[in-house]
Design a protein around this ligand. Structure first.
Ligand SMILES: C[S@@+](CC[C@H](N)C(=O)[O-])C[C@H]1O[C@@H](n2cnc3c(N)ncnc32)[C@H](O)[C@@H]1O
Length: 305
């Protein structure tokens, strides 16, 4: 298992190269040492994310990540980069969770990496490319600037600046999220693409976060809550603050595999109208609806100038 340290930069002092030392990575600038535990470097600066865990949750995330990477991300990357050989493209999943998305993209030839600050690193060891994963905070990424051609954060920004693993934001959530936005754009190459997804703040039904952890009921919320983001907020961050161009809200078809709801008859019944809605949000003629309250899930993309 060989780790490419040439793409790494110290997350603590913000930029000095990291060099491989015995069972650790060492900063050539500030002398910080980061342990490598069971093959996974712990480059976390700041707090970790205490997320929901358990075999059922992980199994579903595993399938969902595979489906997403196979049916949505890989075709999109192909479309965005045209005839570029996958081997020449470096991609990064920030908040990669179980990391099955990274594994699928890696198996397609992309130089795919994952970073996450939650409780899933133990699952990365079973991946085909465990050396491509880093335990790290999205607000302090351990990568050199302009390293990746494609960076994606699938349902990650809303979970930054919250109290524990809840939907309640902290007083400094805007500053915390700003740090994550800045880092994501910093590690993206000029001309590279960034993709973000999460439930739509303007849609009062959040189908993807449960009201209570023990029951599969959608979360009803105000379209002005601070947990989720609207299209305007994504545009503000990417285009106005981040200087990106070519901002678009993407279609939804192919994003979700509906694995949990396919497991019980009531779920299958409920899933039928949602699938239809996703189809509707994917047509070119209804593109203008994607930013409205009718769309439960936003996927946005922009290109770094
Ligand atoms: C809802 S999960 C999404 C996981 C995966 N991207 C997916 O689409 O299934 C949110 C992920 O963000 C990670 N996360 C939350 N805050 C983070 C932070 N500050 N830095 C890195 N990862 C973070 C969590 O550990 C978790 O894996």
């Amino acid at each position: 298992m060989s780790r490419d340290v040439s793409i790494l930069a110290c997350p603590k002092c913000g930029g000095a190269p990291l060099v491989a030392a015995e069972e650790s990575l060492a900063c050539a600038g500030c002398d910080s040492r980061f342990p490598i535990e069971d093959g996974i470097p712990d480059l976390l600066v700041g707090e970790r994310f205490h997320d929901e865990s358990g075999c059922d949750v992980w199994e579903n995330e595993e399938k969902t990540g595979r489906f997403l990477a196979t049916s949505y991300l890989a075709p999109l990357i192909e479309r965005l980069f045209g005839d570029r050989d996958p081997v020449s493209l470096r991609v990064l999943s920030i908040g990669c969770g179980v990391g099955s998305d990274v594994e699928v993209l890696g198996s397609r030839g992309y130089e795919a990496y994952g970073a996450d600050a939650g409780g899933r690193p133990q699952l990365w060891r079973r991946r085909s490319f465990p050396e491509r994963f880093y335990f790290a905070n999205a607000k302090h990424l351990p990568f050199r600037s302009e390293t990746f051609d494609f960076v994606f954060l699938c349902c990650v920004i809303p979970h930054i600046g919250v109290v524990g693993d809840t939907y309640e934001t902290t007083p400094d959530h805007a500053a915390q999220r700003q740090a994550a936005w800045d880092e994501a754009l910093r590690v993206l190459k000029r001309g590279g693409h960034i993709l973000l997804s999460a439930p739509n703040k303007r849609c009062p039904l959040d189908l993807f976060h449960r009201k209570f952890h023990w029951v599969h009921l959608p979360r009803v919320h105000s379209p002005w809550e601070t947990f989720l983001l609207s299209v305007d907020e994504y545009r503000e961050q990417l285009v106005v603050r981040g200087g990106c161009r070519d901002f678009e809200v993407l279609p939804l078809e192919g994003y979700w595999g509906f694995f949990i709801s396919s497991g019980y008859w009531f779920g299958r019944l409920l899933q039928a109208p949602i699938r239809l809605l996703f189809k509707l949000m994917s047509w070119e003629s209804t593109r203008w609806l994607r930013g409205t309250f009718l769309n439960p899930w936003l996927v946005v993309r922009a290109q770094k100038s």
